[in-house]
Design a protein around this ligand. Structure first.
Ligand code: AG3
Length: 288
């Protein structure tokens, strides 16, 4: 077994049979591996280390700083859940902002609600570039005229723009360039950038490995919004498979519209409520 330690978080392993594997280290003693056909791209952008691999079972795989961002096979779960929950919490979302989400998956789902404008603000143009090239079904939204792409720091963007109905924070883990997107100061700016009745949502990690992360996000948001709910989805390629999101608003967090026409593979209207039912390991760590 020959091992190449590319970065501390992951290894490329070539066993004697010459199989090629990409592994994300979930802990120092636990990893998730994809058998890959080849590396399609490796770029070190100004901000991040970006890989795209062609896998055997999960289609093309986007990796940023050693962490799995999305795969063609299971991306729909994450993108449907990060978008449809906040979008359906709003009566009539016309202006939508996605912070991060340079791959375009969240924008694609947002378009299903017939908004007037969807603004995607990603700090890293390389993420957009490789997604357009290697993840066409995810990045297809960029062909739509209602999508406005801004290559900019999301923190600055929310300071200078406003009047959004829904803001979705589709970032990487809270390390590296995304750190600021998990802080109270940022949430205050998000609130200001929302119209009355506005709704925000954010991914907040694996509650199995990092229960405190979702809890900290929830507590920080509770200082700013009247209502905050955590919810979960099951994503095979993320650490532990169990993934947390948060939705926040001054309005009541209930489904305000019918989501049955959305053409979804994971989301349905029963899941809107079911996803907010939390197992004890999550509840215990984050009591109201
Ligand atoms: N952004 C969140 C990915 C977090 C995964 N973390 C990990 N593998 N350690 C996904 C971006 C998709 N648009």
């Amino acid at each position: 077994m020959v091992k190449f330690a590319v970065r501390f978080k992951y290894t490329l392993t070539i066993p004697r049979s010459m199989e090629l594997w990409y592994d994300e280290m979930h802990t120092p003693n636990m990893r998730l591996g994809f058998r890959i056909k080849r590396e399609l791209e490796h770029v070190r952008s100004k901000y991040q280390d970006i890989h795209v691999f062609e896998t055997y079972d999960y289609g093309n795989l986007l990796v940023i700083d050693g962490t799995v961002q999305t795969t063609e096979r299971d991306e729909f779960i994450y993108h449907e859940m990060i978008v449809h929950i906040p979008m359906l919490t709003h009566k009539d979302p016309k202006r939508v902002l996605i912070i991060g989400g340079g791959d375009g998956g969240a924008a694609r789902e947002a378009l299903k609600h017939n908004p007037e404008e969807v603004h995607v603000v990603d700090i890293d143009e390389k993420v957009v570039e490789v997604s357009k090239k290697y993840l066409p079904r995810i990045s297809s939204a960029y062909e739509d005229k209602r999508i406005h792409l801004h290559i900019e720091d999301g923190l600055k963007f929310v300071e200078n723009h406003g009047d959004f109905d829904v803001i979705i924070v589709d970032s990487t883990d809270p390390v590296g360039p995304a750190v600021g997107l998990f802080q109270e100061d940022f949430y205050r700016k998000v609130k200001k950038a929302l119209k009355p009745h506005g709704v925000m949502a954010q991914q907040c990690g694996s509650p199995f490995y990092n229960p405190q992360e979702a809890c900290q996000v929830k507590n920080a948001l509770k200082k700013i919004f009247k209502n905050v709910r955590l919810y979960l989805a099951y994503i095979p390629t993320y650490p532990s498979g169990m993934w947390a999101f948060v939705v926040a608003s001054d309005d009541e967090i209930v489904r305000k519209r019918d989501g049955s026409m959305l053409n979804t593979k994971y989301y349905n209207d029963s899941i809107y409520e079911a996803a907010m039912v939390l197992p004890n390991i999550v509840k215990e760590n984050c009591e109201d």
